[in-house]
Design a protein around this ligand. Sequence first.
Ligand SMILES: Nc1ncnc2c1ncn2[C@@H]1O[C@H](COP(=O)(O)OP(=O)(O)OP(=O)(O)O)[C@@H](O)[C@H]1O
Length: 426
Amino acid sequence: MSEAVSSPETDGHDDSLLRVEHLSKFFTQGGGLLGSLVDQDVVKAVDDVSFDIRRGETLGLVGESGCGKSTLARTVLRLLEPTQGSVYFKGSDLAAMSGEELRTMREDMQMIFQDPQSSLDPRMKVGPIVEEPMKAHGLYTGEREERARMLLEKVGLDPQHYNRYPHQFSGGQRQRVNLARALSVNPDFIVCDEPTSALDASIQAQVLNTMRDLQEEFGLTYLFISHDLSVIRHISDRVAVMYLGQLVELAETAELFENPEHPYTEALLQSIPVPDPRAGGQRGVLEGDVPSPIDPPSGCRFRTRCPKLIAPDAYDLTQSEWEAVRAFTRAVQRRTFEAERDEKIRQEFFPDGLPSGEPGDIVQEAIEAILSDDWEEAESHVRESFAERSVCAKEIPEYEVTPEYGTGRHYAACHLHADSLDETGE
Ligand SMILES: Nc1ncnc2c1ncn2[C@@H]1O[C@H](COP(=O)(O)OP(=O)(O)OP(=O)(O)O)[C@@H](O)[C@H]1O
């Protein structure tokens, strides 16, 4: 099992601006009539996440809705108290900071949200909106208006717009106002949470380009969150992929897109809509629902949806036998076929015959349970006998693989890389 240093990219680069170590954020919800602790559910929104962000880079964070991206961002900024773990910003542990120290540090860490409409006070003119953080931090006294006008121009607006109200701007322009506002206190680090998701594609590209120009001019470092892989590819130097509260892959952008090493990343990439569907782009490769973060799967969290689940060592199955067993197991779990004759089920899933020995007996018993309409029995039998005996269910994967593109490190949390030379945690 890996140790603290083994998680992705936490090897303390000298140029790290931010280092996140084993960070977790759990929420408790529910509770019985008497609010008893026993009945409360613990939502593991972020669970043991480690990475670093280097000065001047953009780290993209991508994953499906609900995987914990926003919670991670807020916990990194300590807008939410971490349940466990540490965040080092410029080498200092944010958790150990007092109120005043944290306040000063916050000047350097700003956040931009998705919906520019709701984050701008409709009753305030944009000039004072941009000046607000300067006031709050007691900065640039006597020169705030001048600075606000300068920043409006830098983000691509007219300095004369200083006296306009938010409703007089388009969505893209409002997001530019937000950018100016975030920049007003001269931060080093900006967390951008889906900043362009509410915008049309062409406007989105313009705002992203402005963000890149500003990054260069002001020496900014971004953590850029999006569920949209094309946006992530456009803006990021490195990309972290998140699934069910954990990072599953982290690599330089070209490496991640050209050489994805985690089945979840592969599935995400294959589900990007292709401009011409007749060109043969695959769709719908991500089967099934994301499990609940209250009771996530053991071992690899993606295993319950993984098309590459590894065969249990306990059985001596050929690759094609295992593929048939795996397809049967998934179909039983999802009840995607009719309970008809024994022969018909065998024909559909095992046209070359059942595997010999114990695995074959298990499949036969599951088929019999299905024919007696006891799907639950069949489901638990195949789950306990196959899925839960896989290394994917038994061990948490943490590996480093050799990159094909670039020179950066490539972290891939998948047991398929157990043979990889650079296994972490040794
Ligand atoms: N305050 C809270 N109390 C309980 N559960 C929460 C709370 N905030 C978030 N969650 C849960 O934590 C998980 C992660 O949510 P989060 O909003 O961080 O995901 P996300 O990846 O940012 O999703 P989206 O892209 O939809 O914003 C979800 O299951 C969510 O329901």
